[in-house]
Design a protein around this ligand. Structure first.
Ligand SMILES: [Zn+2]
Length: 266
């Protein structure tokens, strides 16, 4: 039977539609998949993202802010299983090669002893977050995010670090972010599977402009802004300045690995 045709939620091309899970299916255990959201997308978007999804799983697994410890341990076990697969050998080598000892500082200014760390490639994490946001936008609004708008994802821990002047990102000003994050926190929380929840707040005048809070394992949070690119917002009079984050790139810090030796050796 021919697939129905339509517009891809992610890239906007017209063609036969496949269904993609939001957030990526690989983050969830089999039993948790019952209420996962699916959105229509093209064959290409549906089939080229699995490496990025694996990378994102590793990224989440090494984060330490998770309050749902049991669920997070399950995620880490899933990461270990994923990395041990034969097909993942290149990926595993790539990650193991980059692991190094670093000394890091908590947002409260505490200097931690050196620990294993994996330098994060923010572009790869950002790519997955943008897909998730586009998928959730489609779920909430019932239409594709218009091409006039962009998605800017920020790692909450990196925001906290920047606010405390620990590894500040050059040229970025996050002073408004805590207020914006509180604003989103006050909206209803939507749960998908048992390790993911999100909130969102739309601008009352410019509905597409919105703030999103993605929460994995209760504590690994990403704050995302949907707005026109700065060039466009500068020329729209009355465009609310609070959404004019200075950076066009999101913000991501370096991640400490939770346990020494937890990365499987090749
Ligand atoms: Zn597509």
């Amino acid at each position: 039977m021919a697939r129905p045709k339509g517009i891809c939620t992610y890239c906007g091309t017209f063609g036969p539609l496949h269904m993609d899970h939001v957030p990526p299916e690989n983050l969830f255990e089999r039993g948790q998949k019952s209420n996962l959201v699916t959105v229509p997308c093209c064959y290409r978007c549906n089939n080229t993202a699995s490496k990025e999804d694996q990378y994102f799983l590793v990224y989440l697994a090494i984060c330490q802010e998770a309050k749902q410890k049991q669920e997070h341990d399950r995620l880490r076990a899933k990461m270990a299983r994923t990395l041990k697969r034969k097909e993942a050998s290149e990926f595993r080598k790539n990650i193991t090669k980059r692991v190094k000892f670093v000394q890091s500082v908590t947002p409260a200014g505490l200097i931690l002893p050196p620990a294993l760390s994996i330098p994060v490639d923010p572009r790869r994490v950002v790519e997955v977050l943008i897909r998730i946001i586009k998928g959730l936008y489609f779920r909430e609004i019932g239409a594709r995010l218009p091409g006039t708008h962009c998605v800017l994802p920020y790692d909450e821990l990196a925001i906290l670090h920047a606010l405390q002047n620990v590894n500040p990102a050059p040229g970025q000003n996050f002073s408004l972010f805590p207020t914006l994050i509180r604003e989103v926190e006050n909206t209803p929380r939507n749960t998908i599977g048992n390790i993911f929840a999100y909130n969102y707040a739309s601008n009352t005048v410019y509905g597409t402009n919105s703030l999103w809070l993605l929460d994995f394992s209760s504590g690994i949070r990403f704050f995302c802004i949907i707005r026109p690119p700065l060039s466009l917002s500068r020329i729209s009079p009355g465009y609310p300045s609070q959404y004019q984050a200075r950076a066009d790139q999101g913000c991501f810090g370096q991640r400490r690995h939770p346990e020494r030796g937890a990365v499987p050796s090749p």
